[in-house]
Structures are given as structure tokens and as C-alpha cells.
Design a protein around this ligand. Structure first.
Ligand SMILES: NC(=O)c1ccc[n+]([C@@H]2O[C@H](COP(=O)([O-])OP(=O)(O)OC[C@H]3O[C@@H](n4cnc5c(N)ncnc54)[C@H](OP(=O)(O)O)[C@@H]3O)[C@@H](O)[C@H]2O)c1
Length: 256
């Protein structure tokens, strides 16, 4: 019996899960990417790219492809996709596992100001010109064009659309993981006095938080979107265990 799994991807966890599942003879694994990155890294198993057309489109895809199990392994800030996944499984009755790395927690020496979103982060910078390290991806950088009194060091994997850049900004194109030593050097080189980050969790982008702590810099930390209520596992290993349990249930049902 072959079990068909769709992974909603775009994270390191999704990539690792696809790798561990694709080697099994009893699974067809397809990873879906939104298509935000022009040259995505290679993935084990099959890959599809682009939106589904909302929750109904996803529900149709799940049914037409005969998917047995949906795994939402998107980034913790991909809130719309998470809602769509929850709605599509409610419509189709297909099982859903959400894989989400735990949020970072402040430790001694951290100076975090926690905010609910980017607009609040931009307001929190205040009127006095600051030198801001902005490592939030590229999609919401435009919000900071509304606070043009600050100097920004914008780091992203792909270029920010020129029209979205704040007027006084330096651009750095780079893909993590980054080391704490390199992050300290970068913050010093650009004389940054504050960091803005999403609470993504995980190790790949944590170095900037440790670097801010080491330099005594405040961090405006964007809090995660509200959870959808779907039960969540925190690691690829936990997800794999749950998938195995799901497999035995399905095999029994199908009399395999
Ligand atoms: N948000 C972040 O900070 C962040 C950081 C790193 C990586 N990512 C990755 O980037 C992608 C997009 O994130 P986002 O925050 O823009 O998502 P989002 O706001 O939750 O989703 C917006 C729309 O993009 C499409 N989409 C999102 N993820 C998809 C996927 N894996 N496969 C197919 N379509 C997808 C869906 O379109 P339809 O409604 O048409 O289906 C969705 O409604 C995700 O794969 C996420 O894991 C996001």
C-alpha cells in the first residue's frame, strides 16, 4: 500500500521531513512551495510550486491527488496557509499534522520588546533616528518606509522590491544559517543600535538574537500569529512518529 503525503513546505523542517519520508517505499511525498523564492533548493520526493487558490482550492487538490495525510510544515508566520490547511481538512476529513518549531524564549541578558506586528514595531522605533537591523524577510519591509527617519540594514534572501525600501537603507542578500560571531561583526560594522526580528524559533536565525544580547542591544520581537487550534508537533522526529502511527491506522483500515 502506498500512502500519499502532501507537505506544505518552505522551511528547513519540511525539507528534512521530505528527506526522511522520500526514502521509504510505502510513501509518495509531495512538497508544496508558495513560489516566493526564485531558485528553491532541491527537495527529496516531488515538488509543486504556487498557491492552491484558497482553502477550497487546497481541498480540491487533496481530493484529486488522493492525499491521505496533510502536513503543515510552513513557517510559524505563514498564518494564512495554516488557516487554509485547517479549513481544507475540515471540508475533506483528511488528517492534518502541524509541524512547528517552538518559539524562542527570552533568557537573562535579553532586552526584548514584544509586539504583535510590523506596524507596531515601526511605531516603537520612535521619532529619534536609529540604526536598525531589519531581518524580517522581504515581504513587509515596505512598512518601514513609513518611518524614514531611521537608517535600516535590511537582510533578506531575495531582493526587496525597490519601491518598498525605506529611503535610508543598506541591503544585504544572504541565506542563513548565520553564526553569532558574524552577526556581532555585522551589527558593529553597521553601528546598529536595535534589532527587529520575528519570533521564528529554531537555530538557523537565532544568532542575531544572541548577538544583540552580547552587545546589549534591544530587540523588537514580533510575536507569532494566533494558533489555529490544530494539534502541533515541535520536531521532525515527533512528526515522523505520528506519521507512523497514522500509517498503521490506515493500513489496518485498508486491510493491508
Ligand atoms: N512568513 C514568513 O516569515 C516566512 C519565512 C520563511 C519561509 N516562509 C515560507 O514562505 C511561504 C509563504 O509564506 P507566507 O508567510 O507568505 O504564507 P501565507 O501568508 O500564510 O500564505 C499566503 C498564500 O500563499 C500561498 N502559500 C503559502 N504557503 C504555501 C505553500 N507551502 N504551498 C503553496 N502555497 C502556499 C497560499 O496561497 P493560496 O491561498 O492560493 O493557496 C496562501 O494563501 C511558505 O511556504 C512559508 O513556509 C515564510
Amino acid at each position: 500500500m502506498t500512502i500519499q503525503i502532501l507537505i506544505l513546505g518552505g522551511t528547513g523542517e519540511a525539507r528534512r521531513l521530505a528527506e526522511s519520508l522520500a526514502g521509504r517505499g510505502d510513501v509518495r511525498v509531495v512538497t508544496s512551495l508558495a513560489g516566493r523564492t526564485s531558485a528553491p533548493q532541491a527537495l527529496a520526493g516531488e515538488m509543486r510550486i504556487g498557491g492552491f487558490g484558497g482553502p477550497d482550492g487546497l481541498a480540491r487538490y487533496l481530493q484529486s491527488e488522493g492525499i491521505d495525510l496533510l502536513i503543515d510544515a510552513t513557517h510559524p508566520f505563514a498564518a494564512r496557509m495554516a488557516r487554509n490547511a485547517a479549513q481544507a481538512v475540515a471540508e475533506t476529513g483528511i488528517a492534518l499534522i502541524t509541524l512547528m518549531r517552538p518559539a524562542w524564549q527570552p533568557v537573562a541578558g535579553d532586552d526584548w520588546r514584544i509586539v504583535a506586528g510590523m506596524a507596531e514595531a515601526a511605531r516603537m522605533l520612535g521619532d529619534r533616528p536609529r540604526r536598525v537591523f531589519l531581518a524580517i524577510g522581504r515581504q513587509e519591509v515596505g512598512i518601514f518606509a513609513g518611518a524614514p527617519q531611521h537608517h535600516y540594514v535590511v537582510r533578506s534572501v531575495e531582493s526587496v522590491e525597490p519601491g518598498h525600501m525605506p529611503p535610508d537603507a543598506a541591503c544585504i542578500l544572504a541565506r542563513g544559517p548565520f553564526s553569532e560571531g558574524d552577526e556581532i561583526a555585522l551589527l558593529r560594522q553597521h553601528r546598529c543600535d536595535i534589532v527587529i526580528a520575528k519570533n521564528s524559533g529554531g537555530g538557523a536565525t537565532y544568532a542575531k538574537i544572541a548577538a544583540a544580547r552580547a552587545l546589549g542591544l534591544p530587540v523588537i520581537m514580533i510575536d507569532r500569529p494566533k494558533p489555529t487550534g490544530v494539534a502541533t508537533v515541535a520536531s521532525v522526529e515527533e512528526a515522523t512518529r505520528l506519521i507512523d502511527r497514522h500509517f498503521s491506522g490506515l493500513s489496518e483500515k485498508r486491510g493491508a
